[in-house]
Design a protein around this ligand. Sequence first.
Ligand SMILES: C[S@@+](CC[C@H](N)C(=O)[O-])C[C@H]1O[C@@H](n2cnc3c(N)ncnc32)[C@H](O)[C@@H]1O
Length: 393
Amino acid sequence: MESLQALIEQIVTARTLITASFSQLRSKGEATYSKVQIKPVELKGKLHYQFAYFTGPKVEHRNIPEEQAAEEMMALLRATFRQALVCTAEADYQVLISKKFKVSVLTKSPTKKTAGSLAHNRKKQYVLDEGEPVPFLVELGIMNAEGKVLAKKYDKFRQINRFLEMVEDVLADLPSGRPLTIVDFGCGKSYLTFALYHYLAVRERRELSIVGLDLKADVIAHCSELADKLGYDKLRFLVGDIAEYNELEQVDMVVTLHACDTATDAALEKAVRWGASVILSVPCCQHELFGQIDNDVLSPLLSHGILKERFSALATDAIRAKLLDLVGYRTQLLEFIDMEHTPKNILIRAVKSPSGDQAAKWREYAAFRDFLGAKPYLERALEGRLPAGQAVE
Ligand SMILES: C[S@@+](CC[C@H](N)C(=O)[O-])C[C@H]1O[C@@H](n2cnc3c(N)ncnc32)[C@H](O)[C@@H]1O
């Protein structure tokens, strides 16, 4: 059965399946479906597999995300069916499974053509490819030694790739011709810190040093051990508070992903003080504005806790983006990962660039801040760098 499993997984991973049909029940007495047909479908822009389970004249459909499709197919082939016809873009596979689970696979020329929007090989081009073992992903338990991503780690794999796409987009904005200094504030278990090191130092062969900083001593000790094991000798992990970190004079890129509340602001302030060329920040929980916002006009919205919380979080990010604009950054807010995985999915990407009309931007910012009755931490922290005499008390 292992070779069959490998074949099914390879077909699903390569996204070449056109249709599959499973038949011939292993046990006729079993009250179960008599046949299952499978085809790829796109739902909300994502590849799924539609399983049609036939019981007499009835058919029940289930749409299964691609990460779970191979597992479901193998479960059916192990327990229920002894015959399968799997049609892919490359070949048709006629599968026979004996009563004693001996598998024979006959490979024939393809008889089915791909059709519609799923016609083309839709394999997503990730920065890190599945099938190619990457040492840090293997060590972190995201891939196995053969490079296969574990089903329950697929979201993490996608998040890492999404993050690296964002980094890829700003490569040209980083200084060249000298080693880079990068800090990851609130690095936690450091999946993304290791990813950044792998991508920049190992793959792109950039000379650099990266510091990961976090409050949690045990987590940092574990990350340090892993960096040693991987031979990532320019990746250091330190225990400390973002607001008190004063080790470096100059930093080229600051990353801060899901650091809590105003820890994100402390990180942004440090980045601005260093004149970092690039800032990548995904804020986490945001409590500061929630306690400050006060405006009668907004009371229909602010009187509902859940709406007030969401609104405060969005307003906080708008304020951060505008303040970064005001101190000389071109700032974008991007979707980090799908909303369905976490609502904390906005990435602030700021790239140092010449500023436009600061006075007009300041007026816009101050009007927004005053309307909300907000006294943002970041504005106070950036005092002296903002247009003179306007910071809040
Ligand atoms: C939700 S985790 C995110 C970890 C990682 N950046 C990621 O995105 O997977 C937030 C981390 O920020 C750290 N943190 C929160 N406030 C901090 C502060 N003031 N200084 C340093 N680390 C902080 C926490 O200890 C925690 O490990």
